[in-house]
Write a protein that binds this ligand. Structure first.
Ligand SMILES: [Mn+2]
Length: 333
């Protein structure tokens, strides 16, 4: 792995020989992904290089704190979606992936074909699916991509304003669970320098606070919980209330704090569509349950969308999958 100075020198060279820089965070960008993206945009600005942050998520698919950062920063660091990028794309664009190193986790297809135009800056482990890049800086000892990018900006002597310092601090706070894990002395040095640049814990932590109305909808969902068969809990939202997928996911997450193996949250997400969010501890593979309902996921987390169906009908379809006919009617309350 390159040290930070070599990363800076090589990244400058790559940016300077490209026409524009396309910054690509992972899908469902979180604080670390968006903050490190904004930091890379600052780095490109210093070189007077046009840059764009590529975000293709629906706004409701992102945490509302991330939405706030995107909205706050949009005049200086606007995001573009894939469709808009396709209109301005050129053969000499440089792609800089941040907080991600795999094709499957980003929105831009076909990026693997162009290794010469690809830079990866990340803190996640590499595996077989890691993309080949002309310049790669994957530092798994770093707490976060935000830590790496803040270090890069300090190394380049780029002045970080208090707003961006707070975004980067929020990125570090997210990936260290508020400085309680994955923290090294290097992390703390960077945090200290971000403080010197005007960041503070109150402002950065405030990005994590829940939106009151959204949190109330999550609690209302949780209130509808029925515990089935002592191993599975199910939430069914009101037929006429629209929820976000994030709210359904949070409600399903919440139930895992009880003694169950899996939870499912079903609710309308508008446009005649019902979404199911599923969570599991270990025993039940909720990804495969969701697959049987035309969705997908992993052992611990899955989801699906069903069109032209009511919440109640979606619940019945789910029950048929999780309780095949011979063991049905085991509801406990
Ligand atoms: Mn991260």
């Amino acid at each position: 792995m390159l040290d930070i100075k070599n990363l800076r020198v090589n990244l400058e060279a790559k940016m300077l020989e490209s026409d524009k820089v396309i910054i690509v965070p992972h899908r469902r960008a979180d604080f670390d992904a968006i903050a490190s993206s904004i930091g890379i945009a600052m780095f490109a600005d210093k070189l007077k290089k046009e840059s764009h942050i590529l975000i293709n998520d629906q706004i409701y698919d992102m945490d509302h704190g991330v939405q706030n950062i995107i909205a706050e920063a949009k005049d200086i660091y606007p995001t573009i979606n894939v469709e808009t990028y396709r209109k301005i794309e050129g053969p000499n664009d440089l792609f800089v992936l941040t907080d991600v190193n795999k094709q499957g986790l980003i929105h831009l297809d076909g990026i693997s074909k162009d290794k010469k135009r690809l830079v990866i800056i990340d803190h996640h482990n590499k595996d077989d699916e890691t993309l080949d890049a002309v310049l790669e800086h994957i530092d798994t000892s770093a707490s976060s991509a935000s830590e790496i990018i803040a270090n890069l900006l300090f190394n380049a002597k780029i002045k970080i304003n208090p707003e961006v310092a707070n975004y980067l601090l929020a990125g570090i706070l997210l990936d260290t669970n508020k400085l309680s894990k994955n923290v090294t002395s290097e992390t703390m040095k960077i945090v200290s320098k971000l403080f010197e640049s005007g960041a503070n814990m109150t402002t950065a932590s405030n990005y994590f606070t829940e939106d009151f109305n959204s949190d109330r909808r999550v609690q209302e969902l949780v209130n509808t919980t029925r515990f089935l068969n002592y191993t599975v809990a199910i939430i069914m939202g009101e037929e006429n209330t629209e929820y976000t997928r994030e709210e359904l996911a949070k409600a399903a997450d919440y139930l895992l704090r009880y003694r169950i193996d899996a939870s499912y949250a079903i609710g309308s997400i508008g446009n005649d569509t019902v979404s199911i969010s599923a969570r599991s501890k270990d025993i039940i593979d909720v990804g495969s349950v969701m697959q049987e309902l035309d969705g997908g996921g992993s052992l611990h987390s899955g989801a699906t969308k069903l069109e032209g169906i009511t919440v109640e009908e979606a619940g019945k379809r789910l029950m048929k999958v999780i309780f095949p006919p011979h063991i049905r009617n085991q509801e406990t309350n």
